[in-house]
Design a protein around this ligand. Structure first.
Ligand SMILES: *Cc1c(COP(=O)(O)O)cnc(C)c1O
Length: 403
């Protein structure tokens, strides 16, 4: 009888890594290299970096980066992985590899901001057009597909406003159109929130998963890295060859930090999920709050789809304040927080927050008149985080209330 295949937390640790004979240590070796030496000219001519059958140059990968690529591919349930120096570089490389002048890409209106900035900056300058679609309305996406569409970005949930989209419906809309399409249309998911843990991107229909390893896989707020995973070999080669041409290599020491983080990713994801739900639920009960956005909370946009498609949720939630609170009061609330630090990125040990002006970030209407703050919950004790929020909410009420 074959044993059942191990669950994710086990598989992340018992990975088929082969240490050098006689050195059965738990962590893998860390290799750093620019030069890789060939035994002779024939070997230099024969060695093929394109298909990872040999090592040719540090930029093309080392045993350490190849190992991390394998582990990220297994984490996400994909087959091929390419590492890049940041999560944003993953988004950019997908665009560079797939798009040419005259093509169009579609981006969800609530997408990660720098994804939009790359489209309106470099891609527009290179003759690639883009449109934004409403991610909670698959019919809006379907209506915007055209013979020029080459790439459709997906993000689950939206970066700041955390609406959870119907990924299978969005992918089905693209596939239905792509069948009669001259060059096919690729769907690429920014999978940083799901991290390979909350859901399987490929089972839900995505062709490509781009992931900011900076967030959960690192877990330490100490390294920037990104990955692009797919199950499709032809797609992987498009990305991989472009990766070689643009020189997006990653360093061995950075790969080491992510390999180390992967041992605990399942535990951290679960712990931060539980803590985030309790902090978010507590915030819902506060008098100053108009809405708490978190896909696991009933009433949050896409909650039913989240329940259907996800087994867990990441450590983000957003609070919309009642409209009587001025931006100055909301800023004072943020400034009064002691444990929640002001800063970007998330999924590290320390809780963070940042205020956002949502209407300036999107083209589709936004339901709330009040200001928004996005929180990321770290690994501190929940009671301390709640006490911190409580004291900052009190300060928000003091002094210069509106009117
Ligand atoms: C952080 C983030 C990125 C970019 O990651 P970096 O490594 O900081 O470049 C991309 N997408 C999402 C959704 C993110 O949260």
């Amino acid at each position: 009888m074959t044993p059942p295949s191990p669950q994710l937390p086990t598989a992340l640790i018992h990975h088929p890594y082969k240490p050098p004979p006689g050195f059965e240590a738990v962590p893998p070796a860390i290799h750093r290299a620019s030069t890789v030496i060939f035994p002779n000219v024939a070997a230099l001519r024969a060695r093929d970096w394109r298909h990872k059958t040999g090592y040719t140059y540090g930029l093309h990968g080392t045993p350490t980066t190849f190992l991390l690529e394998e582990r990220i591919a297994s984490l996400e349930g994909g087959q091929y992985c390419t590492l890049v120096p940041s999560g944003l570089a993953a988004v950019v490389l997908v665009g560079m590899a797939l798009l040419k002048s005259g093509d169009e890409l579609l981006i969800p209106d609530n997408a990660y901001g720098p994804n939009k900035a790359f489209a309106s900056g470099e891609l527009a300058a290179w003759g690639v057009t883009h449109q934004y679609y409403d991610p909670i309305n698959p019919a809006d996406l379907a209506a915007k597909l055209s013979p020029r569409t080459r790439l459709v970005w997906l993000e689950a949930p939206g970066s700041i406003t955390l609406e959870f989209p119907d990924l299978p419906a969005l992918c089905a809309a693209v596939k239905a159109h792509a069948d009669s399409h001259p060059q096919g249309i690729v769907t690429a998911l920014d999978n940083t929130w799901g991290a390979g843990i909350a859901f399987n991107a490929f089972d839900l229909g995505a062709d490509i998963s781009a992931h900011a390893l900076t967030k959960y896989p690192s877990g330490g707020a100490d390294v920037l890295m990104g990955s692009i995973v797919t199950r499709n070999e032809a797609l992987h080669h498009l990305i991989h060859f472009c990766h070689m041409r643009v020189g997006y290599g990653v360093a061995g020491n950075d790969a080491e930090l992510v390999l180390r983080g992967l041992n605990t990713i399942a535990l951290r994801y679960a712990a931060q999920d539980t803590a985030t739900r309790s902090v978010a639920t507590w915030m819902q009960g506060q008098a100053q709050v108009a809405a708490v956005l978190h896909p696991a909370l009933p009433g949050s946009p896409g909650h039913e789809i989240f329940k259907r498609d996800c087994t867990a949720a990441a450590c983000l939630f957003s609070v919309v304040f009642k409209p009587e609170f001025t931006q100055m009061q909301i800023d004072r609330f943020c400034d009064s927080l002691q444990l929640f630090k002001l800063g970007y990125s998330w999924a590290g040990p320390m809780s963070l927050c940042a205020p956002y002006d949502v209407p300036s970030l999107r083209t589709t209407p936004w339901a709330y008149p009040g200001g928004l703050v996005r929180f990321s919950v770290g690994l501190e004790a929940v009671a301390d985080l709640q006490a911190d929020l409580a004291q900052a909410l009190l300060k928000m009420n003091q002094g210069d209330a509106l009117q």
